[in-house]
Design a protein around this ligand. Structure first.
Ligand code: PLP
Length: 487
């Protein structure tokens, strides 16, 4: 631990008798109300005793230790850490939105339901799908929802033998996890050396026990799967459905639509492509779209248009059930709609090409020093397999840690698993050429120092409170509470 940069916990700043507040006297003695004995605390609550400036400084300094899209470049592959316009937050903070209750009668929340319906329609247009639900809370939750729709579709046709889901070996870990949660057995399909799905291997695994094939396009190494029409034909001929993991939709915006490629069901990560802040666990949203014919299987409740033009909330009989308490993470939905309407059709169409341009610019500016295992061009992201010069002994982990000293968030490392030293970079469309150039210059400096001064890189970072935790120990025996630390 770097002692000079260590920030004490608020409990360590405590001094008996210090106060940062004054509470009003208890005023309810005369009302005849008493806290029931079983709800009363038996011991004094152990709270830190600190003055107000100490509290304010403590939390302000802690927040400065955080890193986010608002503080610096965040090229975390697979995560689409684009800038989140603040105007979207202003939309959510409006009283007409922030003060609603989910169980209000539909007649009193027509505006909110209209927002929901408008976003459903916008996403259907963007995805080339017939209908969307906005209820799921995350990408993985959307995958689960989409697979349950597929399950319900097969069951509705009394096709009960379809118990397996095919997932590429390059897929995001949530794909097999969601398929398992939805009650399916997972079959893995191999990737070719260029990172795309091996169509022959896929064909050999398609039969009457397969419910669905999950694909990501561009895939998790940032390559466009060119064989989707052929794959869609084979999957449909086998009676299965084709699922689109839309977490990588960003480079497709304005360029191609999953529905047009032959996908039957898809999800979108609003917290990636549609500019809701993410990281730290949410909140997010993973709307699910379906092609015509599958609408009735979508989860309940649904927002429906009544004959008189008003909107209502309904529970359909053919739905597989409910995945959320009500109509999803509503504030996230508002931010996504605000973002879509701000960009408009013209702006949306620029997102994909710009994200792709930025990724290719970085890749081609670094591939003389870093090993590019798959020939370009890439889409929104790309993978290096560590340094080109393998004699330095400097690993991807060390490169990632070194970047922290220069004010950059580390890229995704050791994913995908196709390469030993994966370093996966996704710049997104919201970065300026100056930011990209600064990142490139730093990556080049690190690669050069890996040769001239490898120990300097191996011991980085120097500017963070914690530099080199024991990785095994941290994974096996994580210290996650103050009590653990004192043990
Ligand atoms: C992020 C991601 C997911 C999972 O999304 P969450 O919202 O984190 O659950 C699934 N697939 C891919 C390709 C992703 O990048």
């Amino acid at each position: 631990m770097n002692k000079e940069l260590y920030q004490p916990l608020i409990f360590e700043l405590s001094h008996d008798g210090r106060r940062g507040y004054s509470l009003p006297e208890y005023q309810y003695e005369d009302c005849g109300y008493e806290i029931p004995p079983q709800l009363r605390r038996s011991e004094k609550l152990s709270l830190p005793q600190v003055d107000e400036p100490t509290v304010v400084r403590h939390y302000t300094n802690s927040s400065n230790n955080n890193f986010g899209v608002d503080t610096g470049f965040y090229p975390l592959g697979s995560c689409t850490m684009k800038y989140n316009p603040k105007a979207n937050e202003a939309m959510v903070a409006r009283a007409g939105v922030a003060d609603l209750h989910p169980y209000q009668p539909a007649s009193t929340v027509q505006g909110a339901l209209r927002i929901y319906r408008t976003l459903e329609k916008a996403l259907s247009e963007i995805g080339g799908m017939a209908e969307f639900t906005l209820n799921p809370f995350a990408g993985a939750h959307g995958e689960y929802t989409g697979l349950m729709v597929i399950r319900q579709y097969h069951l509705s046709r009394a096709d009960e033998a379809r118990t397996r889901v095919i997932v590429p070996d390059s897929a995001h870990g949530t794909n097999p996890a969601s398929a398992h949660m939805a009650g399916f057995e997972i079959v893995e399909v191999k990737s070719l050396p260029d990172g795309t799905v091996d169509v022959e291997d896929l064909r050999s695994k398609l039969d009457e026990t397969v419910a669905a094939v999950m694909m990501t396009n561009p895939n998790t190494v940032g390559m466009f799967e060119k064989n989707i029409p052929e794959i869609a034909e084979a999957v449909h001929a086998a009676g299965a459905l084709l699922y689109y993991d839309g977490a990588n939709l960003n480079p497709m915006l304005g360029v191609a639509r999953p529905g047009d490629m032959g996908f039957d069901v898809m999800h979108i990560n609003l917290h990636k492509t549609f500019s809701t802040p993410h990281g730290g666990g949410g909140p997010g949203a993973g709307p699910v779209g379906v092609r015509a014919g599958l609408e009735k299987f979508l989860p309940n409740p649904r927002v429906v248009e009544n004959a008189d033009g008003s909107l209502g909330v309904e529970f359909g009989e053919d739905s597989f059930g409910q995945v959320s308490a009500w109509l999803g993470n509503f504030t996230v939905l508002i931010k996504a709609l605000s973002y879509i309407l701000t960009l408009g059709a013209e702006g949306i169409a620029k997102v994909g090409p710009l994200a792709t341009l930025n990724a290719n610019y970085i890749m081609n500016s670094l591939n003389d020093l870093y090993l590019q295992p798959i020939a370009g061009p890439c889409k929104h992201e790309f993978v290096f397999d560590g340094l080109k010069d393998k004699s330095t002994g400097v690993t991807t982990l060390e490169i990632a840690k070194s970047l922290l000293d220069y004010g950059f968030h580390a890229p995704t490392i050791y994913f995908p698993l196709l390469f030993h030293e994966s370093i996966m970079i996704e710049p997104t469309e919201t970065e300026t050429p100056e930011t990209l150039d600064a990142f490139i210059a730093t990556m080049r400096k690190i690669a050069e120092e890996a040769i001239s001064e490898p120990d300097k890189i191996k011991n980085a970072p120097y500017s963070t409170p914690i530099s080199h935790p024991d990785e095994d120990e941290a994974a096996l025996n994580p210290v996650i509470t103050y009590a653990d630390l004192c043990k």
